[in-house]
Design a protein around this ligand. Structure first.
Ligand SMILES: Cc1ncc(COP(=O)(O)O)c(C=O)c1O
Length: 486
């Protein structure tokens, strides 16, 4: 039988020492992050091979575990917080963000109802409203924090489904005389709309991809035509998911025009501003907000562009009660915990247990202020434009889309004049190779995507550590790699 004392937690004096060690580890990691590889170049399974397959029978010391993190985990990671990480949509690690995450761990609450943690619930309401004010959103919008935008979109479309097919919450979709529901989104939109349609029993084939124009924005005429055709076929248009900041090029759909169509057709308008939402805080990007007052719901990912560490996504719904009506359900065990008139965030989604996510938003937003957020987003935009200038000055490269916010899509053509289809395929492969080679080098990290069927290279800003100097190094690396690969 073990000594009783060893069954509790780490003794305070040892825990204090471990925390100090961890503080040093974190500070060293942040200070020296640019010295490590951005990404590993291992084959799948290489890390698992070095890890014990059997779970530990006996306790192991924290020192040993931390040493293994250095030895096995850190080298096996793509370092999204590395200043040369230019993939996807950058990342939001910052000093205050790290402190805020550390703080939330010892507090370790479950923010499912107001009673289970009044401070977590009320702070969530406060930070949601701060962000609403920063975005200039009408106060008819209120929100809820989820982990990701995909989950936010699913909840928004669940409400749209309930309004298009009343009593679905109660009766489901089958064995009822319901029309086939349709969702419209552009060919540039994120696949989260299909994921939601799968989850909600609407079916992925009922998500209609509307063509985009030359600027990668949803084509309004095609949207109107699709809706009209669907009505003729006896389908029921349910929602449009419009995007502000598409994943590939950060283009923005014409929300005011889409909003008018939705109002006229009486269908739900969801604005996916997962990426572009943050930029709507920047005065010169306020046009991004045009038409948002026509939306039924808007999702924004502060973990992309408002510097809250992953995960933190806010879904705003015009008249949030519509969301509550679809999801409120009080389990017997919590009946005594729910107080009329107080917000119980478990009522606004499928999740019961909830982390204290609001804390990190509160810490980081106080630490940066609106001015600090806007200044950093402006810097990302400046770097994006600067990079685009370099691309334009090198005749072997071309820009593949207008630069928007913090994203640049570009393509290496080499000296070859545009030729027959065969050479276009070769250029696609070449661009893909350049990205693969750079990522394998461990010196920088880019992504590749397809635009109009052609492979392009893409860089996305977001990391506060990325400076103009890093960007110049990355550009030189891209140029050199292209010369070798070409
Ligand atoms: C435009 C857009 N919407 C939605 C998402 C999904 O975001 P999440 O990972 O938070 O679900 C992304 C992800 O990059 C995105 O770019």
């Amino acid at each position: 039988m073990r000594d009783r004392q060893s069954l509790g937690d780490t003794p305070p004096e040892i825990f204090r020492k471990q925390l100090h060690d961890l503080a040093d580890w974190i500070a060293d990691f942040r200070e020296n992050i640019s010295d490590i590889r951005v990404a590993p170049n291992d084959k799948p399974g290489a890390i698992r091979e070095k890890l014990p397959a059997q779970p530990p029978e006996d306790a192991e010391g924290f020192e040993k575990i931390l040493a293994d993190i250095d030895r096995l985990i850190v080298p096996g990671m793509v370092h999204w917080s590395h200043p040369m990480f230019l993939g996807y949509f950058g990342w939001t690690a910052t000093g205050p963000g790290i402190l805020s995450e550390i703080l939330s761990v010892p507090l370790n609450v479950n923010a499912m109802t107001w009673r289970t943690c009044p401070a977590a619930t009320e702070l969530e309401t406060v930070v949601i409203d701060w962000l609403r004010q920063w975005l200039g959103l009408d106060d008819k919008f209120d929100g809820v924090v989820y982990d990701t935008a995909s989950v936010g979109i699913m909840h928004a479309l669940a409400v749209a489904r309930e309004e298009a097919a009343p009593a679905t919450r109660k009766l489901g979709l089958t064995n009822r005389d319901l029309l086939r529901l349709r969702i419209y989104t552009s060919d540039q939109a994120h696949s989260a709309a299909e994921k939601a349609a799968i989850t909600l029993g609407i079916g992925e084939e009922n998500v209609i991809r509307i063509a985009s124009d030359e600027e990668f924005r949803m084509d309004i005429k095609s949207l109107g035509q699709s809706i009209a055709e669907d009505r003729q076929k006896g389908f029921q248009p349910m929602a449009v998911v419009a995007t502000v900041g598409t994943t590939a090029t950060a283009s923005a759909d014409p929300i005011p025009e889409i909003g008018k169509i939705c109002r006229h057709e009486k269908i739900w308008l969801h604005v996916d501003a997962a990426y572009g939402g943050g930029f709507a805080m920047v005065p010169e990007y306020q046009w991004l907000r045009n038409g948002w007052d026509l939306a039924d719901s808007i999702v924004i990912n502060p973990h992309k562009t408002v510097f809250v560490p992953l995960d933190f996504s806010v879904l705003y719904v015009r008249d949030l009660e519509r969301l509550r009506r679809v999801f409120a359900l009080v389990p017997e065990v919590l009946r005594g915990d729910t107080i009329e008139g107080e917000k119980n965030y478990m009522d606004y989604g499928i999740q019961l247990g909830r982390r204290f996510r609001a804390l990190k938003a509160w810490v980081i937003w106080r630490s940066l202020g609106r001015a600090g957020v806007v200044a950093r987003l402006r810097e990302q935009n400046r770097l994006a434009k600067l990079f685009a200038d370099w691309v334009e000055q090198d005749h072997r490269f071309e820009l593949s889309a207008r630069v928007s916010m913090g994203v640049v899509c570009f393509r290496f053509l080499g000296d070859a004049a545009p030729g027959p289809a065969g050479s276009i395929d070769r250029i696609d492969k070449l661009n893909s190779d350049i990205v693969e080679r750079i990522n394998a080098s461990g010196r920088a990290y880019l992504t590749q995507t397809k635009l109009r069927g052609r492979t392009v290279m893409r860089i996305g800003f977001g990391n506060v550590l990325t400076t103009e100097e890093h960007l110049r190094d990355a550009w030189e690396l891209i140029q050199k790699t292209a010369e070798v690969a070409g």
